[in-house]
Design a binder for this molecule. Structure first.
Ligand SMILES: Nc1ncnc2c1ncn2[C@@H]1O[C@H](COP(=O)(O)OP(=O)(O)OP(=O)(O)O)[C@@H](O)[C@H]1O
Ligand SMILES: [Mg+2]
Length: 297
């Protein structure tokens, strides 16, 4: 399955492959009307996220326009659904049901409070939040990889916060809209700019697992340096690179950030944002969980 779906942040993937969306799949999906009264709480490139009293306030419906699927823009919908059906992990947003209505395919999901991007807007760096993210994403990413699922679009908009309460945050991985169940080897450039790893190119194979690790590192970096600097001093490097290799630009930027002495275990970022994919590793879960009380302070 191709990996060439790199998009500017805030957009979603595109590309032709209507053939994946076969008739049987559509025929077997039950029909049900969407709630009459609802409120819009989120928007993706091809979907709307709604809440309604009719479904209970612990759920949302992700509505994916049929026209977007049929105009070839949402070719991974089957993947998204297949993957959501397989997943059973407390740190990944759960799917409860699936149905179609006149204009949309609809996924009933557990409802979180808000996404990490919105949550951290204009908020100062918090070591505690970062450590929760490290704990939760290390587990969810390792879990999906153990099932040969590669997310391919890890970014703060796709991390949903649950139990927003000072003592008990959970950061759940969400939006498997461009994920694949496949082998580890990808070719192309995939994900969102700023979160896509530097080894991705249209010619050389890369590890999808290590690319997810890199994106996880970028999520943490954004927390550390803040959203404005993430855009101006990190994401812009992708566009500025001209003749310099992106990996060199990223490496230099990381050295500069590191010198700023953030109150954070930088070895985690050394491992996740390692320019060399072979040296790139997830934080050690056992150590994190055993030390979690100290770790959160
Ligand atoms: N379970 C949920 N609980 C609360 N808010 C949610 C939930 N799922 C999604 N959202 C909100 O809706 C937004 C869009 O959802 P999602 O990322 O699943 O859509 P998408 O169309 O696949 O997005 P993209 O543009 O990345 O393809 C999220 O960034 C988040 O703000
Ligand atoms: Mg999304």
């Amino acid at each position: 399955m191709e990996d060439t779906i790199l998009v500017p942040r805030g957009e979603s993937c595109g590309g032709p492959a209507l053939k994946l969306f076969n008739d049987n799949f559509i025929k077997s999906m039950k029909f049900k009307n969407l709630p009459k009264k609802y409120e819009l709480i989120g928007k993706g490139s091809y979907s709307r996220i709604i809440i309604s009293e009719e479904i209970g306030n612990d759920k949302v419906i992700k509505c994916i326009r049929k026209s977007s699927v049929q105009s070839n823009n949402r070719k991974y919908l089957i993947n998204e659904i297949k993957i959501m059906k397989q997943i059973n992990n407390d740190l990944i947003v759960k799917m409860f049901d699936l149905f179609q209505s006149e204009d949309s395919f609809n996924i009933l999901l557990e409802r979180g409070r808000l996404d990490l991007f919105v949550f951290s807007k204009n908020k100062p760096y918090s070591k505690k939040i970062c450590n929760y993210i490290v704990r939760d994403l290390s587990i969810s990413i390792e879990y999906i990889h153990s099932m040969s699922i590669y997310h391919r679009d890890i970014k703060s908009e796709n991390i949903i916060i649950f139990n927003e309460n000072e003592e008990n945050y959970q950061f759940k991985l969400s939006d498997f809209g461009i994920s694949v169940v496949d082998n580890d080897y990808g070719i192309g450039n995939c994900g969102s700019i700023g979160f896509n790893s530097p080894e991705m190119s249209n010619k050389i194979q890369f590890s999808r697992k290590k690319a997810d690790y890199w994106a996880f590192g970028a999520v943490l970096l954004e927390q550390l340096i803040g959203q404005d600097r993430f855009v101006n001093e990190w994401l812009m490097l992708y566009y500025d690179r001209k003749h310099t290799k992106l990996s060199n630009l990223y490496d230099n930027a990381l050295k500069i950030f590191k010198k700023e002495g953030f109150d954070f275990d930088w070895s985690i970022l050394d491992n996740l944002l390692n320019i060399d994919p072979i040296q790139r590793h997830l934080p050690n879960n056992t150590k994190i969980i055993n030390n979690f009380t100290n770790f959160l302070i």
